[in-house]
Design a protein around this ligand. Structure first.
Ligand code: HSE
Length: 437
């Protein structure tokens, strides 16, 4: 039996406290699995006095996480502080520079500084593990970095934010308002400290930027992601989607196209019969399409203390099982120095089907004018229906268009034209349709 792996944990919020508790409860089993004990020897958090429901007896306390990273009696530094800059970044950098392995759940940090940190880790020959940063407890990083070696990935997409999926699911199933669902997600501990990060798509974009790098061997580039959140999705959209055989999900999608790599986060219509449409509540899912394997779909708990702690503990166990001198694989699947610059596909070139919901005056010629704008932009319609909505009045009608495959540029031009025609009573709602098995 080897010497115990000494773990230092910075950040004792919901996830940090779960990690400490589970490492203690599962100590004997982890020792059997890793061939050595895994022991928390030091922690750092803001408030020493707070009751976290865990015992910290015999564990060294550091007020400063950077001090813990540099000087703690530890082999692994676990960063659960969160945030793109500040103490999280400073402490991870300090730990790597001091030759300590790092485990982090911090997607914002990796999206912003992942490559620089990977370069330090690779130079120092230590591990930088981040399974918990993407899709909570789903082992998607290990799958992409290890299990899919040799596969060329063509598209990766998924439900990467538990809060948004929880909100959309409850809005659909219970007809509850957006605000009430968000308040419940916050109460249950799924949402980020600033929930606009969840609902406006930033959290999904951070996670997607990491998956894109792993999938395509490119530099991480979150600022290149086209992003729309779910805050303007209404009950009218959800009902219309259901009637047309679709369900609305906030998806992050990265795919290789002829004009470069497309990265986008937006509310998306997926066929109700598709597997990803069955992913409800806080559950996340990631679909990966490859040349050798075909399509793989992983789903599981994407947010919350235990889901995230499970991934963190898996990463710690991998380090416990590794041996000095063993050449670990690169952090983002290829050596950080070799990750290629990112060729961004323009969003206007995106090709796909579209759902367009219009609120119009009920007058002669309105349908004809709408159809003309579509035809003028070479958009072929799969369906055009006047929707029977309880909110419609005698002069106010809802029209739903579903297009065959077209381009974003054509749809934007057609909608601009409809706005000029002055038949519209509200801002048009445009939701992209995603192909999903
Ligand atoms: N706020 C995130 C979510 C937590 O809702 O998925 C996990 O990253």
């Amino acid at each position: 039996m080897g010497e115990a792996l000494r773990v230092g944990i910075a950040g004792l919020g919901t996830v940090g406290a779960s990690v400490v508790r589970i490492l203690a409860e599962k100590s004997a089993e982890l020792t059997r699995q890793c061939g050595r004990a895994v022991t928390v020897t030091a922690v750092s958090a803001r408030n020493r006095a707070r009751d976290r429901g865990i015992t910290l007896d015999g564990i060294a306390w550091f007020d400063d996480p950077v001090e813990l990273a540099r000087k703690g009696d530890i082999d692994v530094f676990v960063e659960l502080i969160g945030g793109e800059e500040g103490a999280a970044k400073a402490s991870v950098k300090a730990a790597l520079e001091a030759g300590r392995h790092v485990v982090t759940a911090n997607k914002a940090l990796l999206a912003a500084s992942g490559l620089a940190l990977a370069e330090i880790a690779e130079k120092k020959g230590v591990l930088l593990n981040y399974e918990a940063a993407v899709a909570g407890g789903i082992p998607v990083i290990k799958t992409m970095r290890e299990a899919l070696a040799g596969n060329a990935i063509t598209r990766v997409f998924g439900i990467l934010n538990g809060t948004c999926n929880y909100i959309l699911t409850r809005m659909e199933q219970e007809g509850i308002s957006f605000a009430d669902c968000l308040a419940d997600a916050q109460r249950l501990g799924y949402a980020e400290a600033d929930p606009t990060f969840d609902i406006e798509g930033h959290d999904t974009a951070h996670k997607l930027s990491i998956l894109t790098s792993l999938a395509f061997g490119t530099k991480i580039s979150p600022s290149a992601i086209y992003m729309e959140g779910i805050s303007n999705i209404t009950q009218a959209d959800i009902r219309a989607a259901g009637e047309l055989g679709y369900r609305i999900k906030l998806l992050g999608v990265a795919q290789r196209t002829d004009s470069g790599i497309e990265q986008r986060v937006h509310p998306t219509m997926v066929p109700t019969a598709s597997v990803i449409a069955q992913v409800h509540g806080v559950t996340n899912a990631v679909a990966i399409e490859t040349d050798i394997l075909g399509e793989l779909l992983l789903s599981g708990p994407g947010a919350g203390g235990n889901a995230t702690a499970s991934a963190v503990i898996g990463d710690i166990a991998d380090i416990a099982k590794s041996r000095p001198g063993f050449q670990h694989g690169p952090v983002f699947g290829r050596p950080a120095k070799e990750l290629a610059p990112y060729r961004k596909a323009r969003m206007r070139a995106h090709a796909g089907g579209y759902f367009i919901r219009l609120t119009v005056h009920d007058r002669t010629g309105v349908f004809a004018a709408i159809a003309k704008r579509m035809a003028d932009n070479d958009i072929s319609l799969e369906s055009i229906v006047q929707h029977a909505s309880g909110e419609d009045s005698s002069d106010r009608k809802t029209v739903i268009l579903v297009t065959h495959e077209t381009t974003e540029a054509a749809v934007r031009k057609a909608v601009e034209g409809m706005e000029k025609d002055k038949h519209l009573l509200d801002k048009p709602q445009v939701i992209r349709i995603e192909r999903a098995a």
